[in-house]
Design a protein around this ligand. Structure first.
Ligand code: PMP
Length: 437
C-alpha cells in the first residue's frame, strides 16, 4: 500500500496493519505474520497483553494526562520505585521522557549539567564506540558511530570521541583476551589524548542492537572501561534502550557483569509498544548535586504522564508475575541453539551472537572468508523480504562500513514459548533456503 502523505520507508510497499495478538500480526488482506523481532525490539510482551491493556484502559477512564509541574501522580512514583528496585538500589533517581533518543539526550544533558554545576564546565566531550547507535536526534547522533547517519549533519552534530568497539568475530589478535586488552589500551590512549579534564562521559551499549548485530561486550572490557572512567574522572553512561528491561535475561544487561553505570538509559521495552515511555536512572549523589543547584533544566511535555507510567508499571508487573526473565534465560539458550544449527547448515551465516532474546545473525559470502556481501547486493533487505513473504518478521540492518556483513536480529517477544520459537525457526529456515538459491 503506497501512502500519499507519509514518507517513512523509501521505495517500500508495505501491507496495512489490521490487528495483532500475542506474537502474531495480521494485515488487512488477512495475511498472518509472526513478530520475530518485537516490532523494533519493542513489543516485549507481544501484542494485546491483557494485563497491560486493562491497566491502560482503566487509567484512560481516570485521567490520561497531567503535567508534571502541576501534579505528581502516584503511578509515576510507583514506576520510579519499581525501576530503582530492579537495579537493586544501585541507581536511585529516575527521570521520564518519551523516546530512546530523548532519553539519551537527557543522559547527556544531566551529565553535562552535573559537571557544570560542580564548577567543571570544561568537561564537554563524550566518548563513544564505533560502531554504535544512540538515536536520531542531533545530540544522540553525535554519539552514534555510524557514518551514513552522521554525514549529512556534520555541521550540526558535535561528534563524540569515537573509539573502536571490541569485535569478537573479526578480531586480529591471537585470542579474545588479547584483543580486548588491545582495544582497551587504544581507548585509554584516545582518552589520554584529550585535553585534561575535558571528558564528561563514556557512553556504550552493553549489547548492541542494529548497530552491531547484537554484539555483547564482555566483563573484562566493561570493567576496563569503568576503570578508565574513574581514572579520567568522567561518568559511565549505558544506553540500554534496546537491551534493558529483560531482553537479555537480566533486567539490565549490566547486571550480567555487575558493573553499574552512573546513568542508565531505558526506552523501548519500558512501554513494550503500548505507549512511548522512556527514561534515565542515575546515581543519587549525581542527581542531588544537580537538584541542589536549581534542578535539571530539561523536560518534555509528555514526560512521565499517568498513562505512560501506568503502561510502564503494568509491563514490569506482568513480567514479574509471569516469570519472564526465567523464560528468556531458558529459551534464549534454546533460540541460540536453533540459530547455531542454521549456521551449521548455511555457509552464508558467518556469526550468531547475542544473549537471551537479543540474537544477531551476520551474513557473509562464506564462513571461511568472513567477507561481507557487496553493499549493493542488499543481502539484509533480500532476506528480510523473503522472511516477510513467508510470514516472519525479522529486524534488518545494512552492513555498516563494508567491513562488517549485513545482519538481522531475531528478538521475539520475551513471553514467546518454545513451540512458537520452533514455528519461527521453521519459517526462518525456509527463508534462508530460498535466499541461498
Ligand atoms: N539507543 C539505542 C541503543 C537504540 O537501539 C535506539 C533505537 N533503536 C535509540 C537509542 C533511539 O531510540 P528511539 O528510536 O526511541 O528514539
Amino acid at each position: 500500500m503506497t501512502s500519499n502523505a507519509l514518507f517513512y520507508q523509501a521505495g517500500a510497499e508495505l501491507p496495512l496493519i489490521s490487528h495483532a495478538q500475542g506474537i502474531y500480526m495480521w494485515d488487512t488482506l488477512g495475511k498472518r505474520y509472526i513478530d520475530g523481532c518485537s516490532g523494533a525490539i519493542t513489543c516485549s510482551l507481544g501484542h494485546q497483553h491483557p494485563a497491560v491493556t486493562a491497566a491502560m484502559k482503566a487509567q484512560l477512564d481516570q485521567v490520561a494526562f497531567s503535567y508534571r509541574t502541576q501534579f505528581e501522580s502516584q503511578v509515576a512514583i510507583d514506576l520510579g520505585d519499581a525501576l530503582v528496585a530492579l537495579t537493586e538500589a544501585q541507581l536511585h533517581k529516575v527521570f521520564f521522557v518519551g523516546s530512546g533518543s530523548e532519553a539519551v539526550e537527557s543522559a547527556m544533558k544531566l551529565a553535562r549539567q552535573y559537571f557544570y554545576d560542580r564548577g567543571e564546565p570544561q568537561r564537554q566531550r563524550f566518548v563513544s564506540l564505533r560502531p554504535s547507535y544512540h538515536g536520531s536526534t542531533l545530540g544522540a547522533l553525535g554519539l552514534t558511530g555510524y557514518e551514513p547517519l552522521e554525514r549529512p549533519y556534520e555541521d550540526l552534530i558535535t561528534p563524540s570521541v569515537k573509539v573502536p568497539s571490541p569485535d569478537f568475530y573479526r578480531f586480529k589478535e591471537a585470542d579474545i583476551e588479547t584483543h580486548v586488552e588491545a582495544v582497551l589500551s587504544q581507548t585509554e590512549a584516545a582518552m589520554a589524548a584529550q585535553p585534561e579534564d575535558s571528558i564528561v562521559a563514556f557512553v556504550l551499549e552493553p549489547v548492541g542492537g542494529a548497530s552491531t548485530g547484537a554484539r555483547m561486550l564482555n566483563k573484562r572490557y566493561v570493567e576496563g572501561i569503568r576503570t578508565l572512567c574513574d581514572r579520567f574522572g568522567c561518568l559511565l553512561i549505558m544506553d540500554e534502550v534496546l537491551s534493558g528491561l529483560g531482553r537479555t535475561g537480566e533486567w539490565f544487561a549490566w547486571q550480567h557483569w555487575g558493573v553499574c553505570p552512573d546513568i542508565l538509559v531505558l526506552a523501548k521495552g519500558m512501554g513494550a509498544g503500548y505507549y512511548p515511555v522512556a527514561g534515565i536512572l542515575a546515581k543519587g549523589d549525581l542527581v542531588d548535586q544537580v537538584q541542589n543547584q536549581g534542578g535539571f533544566m530539561h523536560g518534555h511535555t509528555y514526560a512521565g504522564n499517568p498513562l505512560a507510567c501506568t503502561t510502564g508499571l503494568a509491563v514490569i508487573r506482568a513480567m514479574q508475575n509471569e516469570g519472564i526473565l526465567d523464560n528468556v534465560r531458558e529459551l534464549g539458550i534454546y533460540l541460540r541453539q536453533q540459530l547455531d544449527q542454521l549456521k551449521a547448515r548455511y555457509d552464508f551465516i558467518g556469526d550468531v551472537r547475542g544473549i537471551g532474546f537479543l540474537q544477531g545473525v551476520e551474513l557473509v559470502q562464506s564462513q571461511g572468508s568472513k567477507a561481507p556481501f557487496p553493499a549493493e547486493f542488499n543481502a539484509f533487505s533480500k532476506i528480510t523480504a523473503i522472511a516477510r513473504e513467508k510470514g516472519l518478521l525479522i529486524y534488518p540492518r545494512r552492513c555498516l562500513n563494508g567491513v562488517e556483513g549485513d545482519h538481522f536480529l531475531v528478538t521475539p517477544p520475551l513471553n514467546t514459548t518454545r513451540a512458537e520459537i520452533d514455528e519461527m525457526m521453521t519459517l526462518l529456515d525456509q527463508a534462508l533456503a530460498e535466499f541461498s538459491r
